[in-house]
Design a protein around this ligand. Structure first.
Ligand code: SR1
Ligand code: MG
Length: 418
């Protein structure tokens, strides 16, 4: 296939049969392959193809935003950024991304490992399931990918080459700039919220000068802070889990941005899941133990990320930033240790701010999350959402006042129980 064409089941089998590596993996005659479209995301087509021997997932970008339709065009090249990010992430965090079997740039199509019996983490959170490996695996993914793609680990030239490679992913960044950092704070045609229950909150946020300034400071950081290769959309719908395994999928929003955006996405989405529990429990307090588990996981994600990132920096200060050769004496080493603490504290505050911004956009902006959308009773949904908005605002405006993630858990509990 040369010119791009969105595939359907019948054309897809023919196309895959021409790729030796995929044909051999699937096994048997292509006419016998079972193909179903399973994409429920906002942007792309996703097929599961089951052959005689094995199965694969085929993800193809559409030239528009699937959620909205052809009126919102979107470059196919996002598939190239996704493929490039998957490749780079796999080098630094082996076993934590899906294996890629084939990439076709013209067709904007990635053929990759079919993860099973994995489920989307968000769906597990809705069902109240605990995943024992989740926090450690995600902390490892975050620390390994963020540290190793920063100038703390690599040369300035490598870093600039990476910036150049991902810089053209502007359309996807613009989605985030608009939908996360701008539209929730103004009247925008695509905004949605639980009306009329949250009308007062929406209006208050539009008039909240301190909140708007803090959100714009985060937006500026998102647009200009080229710290590391970030996933760019690391919510719990981009994580697939079993009790024993965790994989990060869908990095099509990847670019060189602020590290806290990825860490904040994970923590913000866990907090959304926390506040959504009232909408999923069979009786009041039935999910209390699960609520505790979720907050514990958020704390673990941060503390294990912090420790791993610090360990990587101490063990391999191989980057052009803070060159190890400058820090040979005891005084130097003590000063460097203090500086690492300062860096991680700033990253913690970024993380909280971005977490709050990600929570707000999922309640007042265009693209919502199933944790809350699946709550059929609007009264109950709005109650969950209003609580999430309260904490989110505190995180965006007052990140500096939180001493640690346990402090955030405490604030979440206080709001939940108020
Ligand atoms: C128009 S796209 C809406 C959202 O879907 C993706 O998953 C990103 O989160 C994006 O902001
Ligand atoms: Mg996605």
């Amino acid at each position: 296939m040369a010119t791009y064409a969105a595939v359907d089941g019948s054309r897809l089998a023919g196309a895959l049969a021409e790729i030796a590596a995929v044909r051999d993996r699937l096994g048997g005659e292509s006419s016998g392959w079972r193909i179903r479209e399973v994409g429920d995301g906002n942007l792309n087509l996703v097929f599961i193809v089951e052959g005689e021997r094995d199965s694969v997932v085929v993800k193809q970008a559409l030239p528009y935003v699937r959620l909205v339709g052809e009126s919102w065009p979107l470059p196919l090249e996002r598939s190239w950024f996704e493929y490039s990010a998957l490749t780079e992430q796999a080098r630094h965090a082996p076993g934590l991304t899906p294996e890629v079997f084939h990439f076709d740039r013209a067709q904007a199509m990635i053929v990759m490992e079919y993860l099973r019996p994995h489920v989307i983490m968000r769906k597990g959170l809705i069902r109240g399931i605990e995943y024992p490996r989740f926090a450690s695996d995600i902390a490892e993914f975050l620390a390994a990918t963020l540290f190793n793609t920063s100038a703390l680990a690599g040369t300035a030239a490598t870093h600039k080459a990476r910036v150049e490679l991902f810089a053209p992913n502007t359309a996807l960044c613009k989605i985030t700039e608009d939908l996360v950092f701008t539209d929730p704070y103004r009247e925008a045609p695509l905004n949605r919220w639980t009306r009329p229950w949250l009308d007062a909150e929406k209006q208050a946020f539009e008039r909240d000068s301190a909140l708007k300034v803090a959100a714009q400071a985060l937006k500026l950081k998102f647009m200009t802070s080229a710290e590391a290769l970030i996933h760019g959309d690391l919510h719990t719908g981009s994580i697939m889990v079993t009790g024993e395994d965790t994989r990060v999928i869908d990095p099509e929003f990847a670019f060189i941005g602020p590290m806290g955006f990825d860490v904040g996405a994970v923590i913000g989405n866990l907090l959304l899941a926390y506040f959504a529990q009232e909408g999923h429990e069979a009786a009041p307090s039935a999910r209390d133990a699960y609520r505790t588990w979720i907050l514990g996981e958020a704390e673990k994600v941060w503390s294990e990320f912090h420790d791993r990132f610090l360990a990587l920096w101490r063990a391999a200060p191989s980057g052009d930033a803070y060159p190890a050769s400058l820090f040979a004496s005891d005084d130097d080493r003590a000063a460097m240790e203090k500086e690492r603490g300062r860096f991680l504290r700033a990253l913690f505050e970024d993380t909280l701010g971005f977490a709050g911004a990600k929570m707000i956009r999922r309640i007042l902006g265009l693209a919502h999350v199933e944790d809350l959308e699946a709550i059929a009773d609007p009264d109950r949904r709005a109650r969950c959402e209003a609580k999430a908005l309260r904490l989110a605002r505190e995180l965006v405006v007052g990140a500096r006042s939180f001493s640690g993630l346990a402090d955030v858990s405490g604030a979440a509990r206080a709001i939940e129980c108020a």
